[in-house]
Design a protein around this ligand. Structure first.
Ligand SMILES: Cc1cc2nc3c(=O)[nH]c(=O)nc-3n(C[C@H](O)[C@H](O)[C@H](O)COP(=O)(O)O)c2cc1C
Length: 403
């Protein structure tokens, strides 16, 4: 029965809901409708029950406790990436859908109206969204109330909160930026299962100053002083060379940081659509890319991070995950956990049970008893193996040979 409902949800979303949304709603309108519908569903007991019943799929092979992440236990490794729900109003629905964890936000120290709209553009040929939100959210004082409630009432969902530096006209020098991050961290300490500091939002007018090793060191030195019980991960940029990225990691491991989330939106507009043609983006469209254009960039950084610091850091892999095979690739390259955002928009809610069921099949096929055993088994081959064909077979058209 459940399988049938999930099958209907997959095709109902693709054949009815998505065409309606894509043809009769702007991307901004569609996103706010999705949030409104999820929020309405959160408040309706019957709908909540139905979502939970119809989308349910769990298997002990997907459950793990991650020692490097302060022993946090996850019912499954699939999570919602930051950005879908800035104000943490959909946690009940995300738990019902079967996410093992969710990063809400990014929130900021002050209320933030975001960039001028439009915030979203669809790039369906590339299975991507162009995002230009600029961290619009209600501000951490409001969001911490909502997210702490969600955290204390969640049974299976590990509720995470992403926080970033406020993107407004008051943003000044680094000292001000550090105070801004510190304010949010203090407001969120002990109120969630984990936290994510977003140092790589590409849509802010101050840029990404803490993507420099020395400045990151200064930021983390201040954040270390704030007491908190939950683990902290850093949301990393996708567009660094391995040498640059490694220098950031060298700083990260010296501080009270338990993980890295790899990685954020893609900035480089030269990429291929999924059919191999060159993507075209009008020059007056603002923003940066999610989805498949981030796939190879994040895979490369996940594998190299795993080889260098996999024993010290929990790796949350995200970027272009649409199927069980995609999630499994990231895990085999070194991710402990795998998040997604774009595929929820493109594939609908049944993407969750479909990925989890597929993951169990793949683990069984390869003789693994638990998801944790598959972590990193392909990392060496990916980084040091000479075979371009291997990367192609894994769906990576663009493998950087450096490093
Ligand atoms: C609509 C949207 C909003 C986003 N907003 C944020 C955000 O506020 N903070 C953040 O760290 N990442 C944000 N991201 C980036 C995602 O968390 C993720 O890094 C990126 O989209 C790649 O994952 P995906 O291919 O599964 O979408 C956003 C992405 C999308 C699609």
């Amino acid at each position: 029965m459940r399988f049938l409902l999930q099958f209907c949800a997959t095709w109902g979303y693709k054949l009815v809901f998505k065409p309606l949304m894509f043809n009769f709603s702007t991307p901004d309108g569609a996103h706010s409708k999705m949030i409104s519908v999820s929020q309405w569903a959160s408040g309706n007991r019957l709908v909540r029950w139905f979502i939970k019943y119809s989308m349910h799929y769990e298997n002990p092979m997907l459950k793990q406790k991650i020692a490097r992440f302060k022993e946090t236990e996850f019912i499954n490794p699939i999570g919602l990436g930051a950005g879908f729900d800035k104000n943490a109003v959909t946690a009940t629905v995300m738990e019902g859908l079967g996410f093992g964890y969710a990063a809400f936000g990014s929130t900021t120290a002050r209320y933030c109206p975001g960039n001028p709209k439009p915030w979203f553009r669809r790039l369906p040929k590339a299975k991507s969204m162009m995002v230009y939100v600029g961290l619009a959210n209600e501000g951490v004082d409001e969001v911490q109330k909502i997210v702490s409630k969600a955290h204390s009432s969640s049974k299976t969902l590990r509720v995470g909160q992403s926080f970033a530096r406020t993107n407004d006209a008051f943003a000044a020098d680094d000292a001000e930026g550090i105070k801004d991050y510190a304010y949010s961290l203090a407001a969120l300490a002990d109120k969630t299962a984990y936290l994510e500091a977003n140092i790589s939002c590409p849509n802010t007018f101050k840029g990404e100053p803490f993507n420099d090793p020395e400045r990151l060191d200064a930021l983390l030195t201040e954040l270390d002083k704030i007491e908190r019980s939950q683990p902290l991960t850093l949301k990393m940029p996708s567009d660094k060379s391995w040498d640059e990225f490694k220098k950031l990691l060298d700083v990260v491991v010296k501080h009270d940081v338990q993980g890295v989330t790899v990685s954020n939106l893609r900035k480089d507009r030269a990429f291929k659509n999924v059919d191999g043609s060159d993507a075209y983006i009008p020059s007056d469209w603002n923003g940066n890319m999610s989805g498949k254009p981030t796939w190879a960039l994040s895979n490369d950084l996940i594998a190299r991070t795993y080889l260098e610091y996999g024993d010290k850091l929990c790796i949350i892999g995200l970027g272009g995950v649409f199927t069980a095979e995609d999630a499994y690739t990231k895990i085999r390259l070194g991710a402990d956990l795998v998040s997604l955002v774009s595929s929820l928009m493109y594939e609908g809610p049944a993407v969750l049970p479909n990925i989890k069921r597929g993951l169990v099949k793949l683990l069984k096929r390869d003789g693994f008893g638990n998801i944790s055993q598959a972590r990193g088994v392909d990392a060496k081959k990916y980084v040091h193996g000479p075979s371009a064909a291997w990367h192609k077979a894994k769906g990576d058209s663009r493998h950087k040979a450096k490093g």
